[in-house]
Design a protein around this ligand. Structure first.
Ligand code: ADP
Length: 311
């Protein structure tokens, strides 16, 4: 078993609940408030570490109370945080999330320290890469840093797994980034944005995966929510159905999937099995509310698979 490295964002989610969302200029009284650790980089690191795989996170926090709390939470989940920089010049990344009575939401993300991740952080990453099984990347930090990290991963011979989330305009980055990516894992919306046509099921997912491979990505895995996952590798294409579960909230299901996938690969499992680990971790996370609170520990994960005759 080898280690996994995550290079990405760390956020504090600030969540309010009110009977409805306010219109511009309106003040409303809410009835619930909580904070929760989030950020796609941190979520993916916690997902891998909770499955018992040595995990290092590289990123930035602000020198504030949120930063201190986020660091403590990461460590409590088993994530090694020696390469998380406390940036004196920025606040910790926050997501202000307003949820209305029917579950509708407004989200404002202020990147803070995440927006300052740069080549200097890639330097710390490069020191950690030798011997790692996988490098996990996402799009909540500046694109030049993502590209530089992917290049460092490729140079170190480490498998680069890119979650192209949240969906963004790739502009000129695709031609540089894709050839550095071993596995890309968009959901339907992200896949649609990357390839320029709607992705809404197995057939269009297969077309999108082929298009991504043609542009230089090694393996494309398209996440189709409660319907499953479509994969196209250099050797084969296959579909893995989702585990039927009673979903409560799918926040961080995509991050859970990537964590399970990377944990399996770090344990020496073949890709097909790694996709099943991803689907199981995603399904479990969909049954529990919140981002990091929904990510399973190893015992929960093993029980889930054993109950379904897989372990
Ligand atoms: P994202 O969170 O990025 O939108 P998805 O919603 O596709 O990604 O979820 C990622 C993976 O988690 C899915 O491919 C699936 O394996 C699993 N998953 C998500 N939602 C459910 C669900 N309701 N039931 C079972 N599995 C789910």
């Amino acid at each position: 078993m080898t280690k996994v490295i995550v290079f990405g964002s760390i956020n504090m989610d600030l969540v309010t609940r009110s009977p409805r969302l306010p219109v511009a200029g309106e003040t409303l009284r809410g009835h619930d408030f909580f904070t929760a650790a989030g950020g796609k980089g941190a979520n993916q690191a916690v997902a891998v570490a909770r499955l018992g795989i040595p995990t290092q996170l590289v990123g930035r926090l602000g020198a504030d109370n949120f930063g201190r709390e986020l660091l403590t939470k990461l460590q409590a989940s088993g994530v090694e945080t020696g390469a998380v920089l406390v940036d004196e010049a920025a606040h910790s990344g926050v997501a202000a999330i307003a949820v209305g009575g029917r579950g509708e939401n407004h989200i404002i993300i202020v990147p803070g320290a995440n927006g300052r991740v740069n080549q200097e952080d890639v330097g710390r990453l490069s020191d950690l890469l030798p011997g790692a099984a996988a490098l996990l990347l996402q799009f909540e930090i500046p694109m030049p840093a993502v590209v530089a990290a992917a290049r460092a991963g490729r140079q170190a011979g480490v498998q680069v797994i890119l979650d192209p989330a949240p969906a963004i305009e790739m502009e000129n980055f695709a031609s540089v980034l894709y050839p550095l990516v071993d596995i890309i894992t968009p959901n339907e919306i992200e896949a649609g944005q990357l390839v320029g046509f709607a992705v809404d099921g197995q057939e269009t997912a297969a077309k999108a995966a082929a298009a991504l491979r043609q542009q230089g990505v090694g393996t494309a895995i398209v996440k189709l929510g409660d319907r499953g996952v479509f994969c196209a590798t250099p050797e084969e294409t296959f579909f893995v159905p989702a585990f039927p579960v009673q979903a409560v909230d799918t926040v961080a299901a995509g991050d859970a999937f990537n964590g399970g996938l990377a944990a399996a690969l770090a344990s020496g499992r073949p890709l097909r099995e790694a996709v099943v680990w991803g689907a199981a971790t995603g399904a479990i996370s969909a049954t529990i509310a919140g981002a990091q609170p929904s990510l399973p520990d190893r015992e929960t994960f093993d029980t889930f698979l054993r109950d379904r005759g897989i372990l």
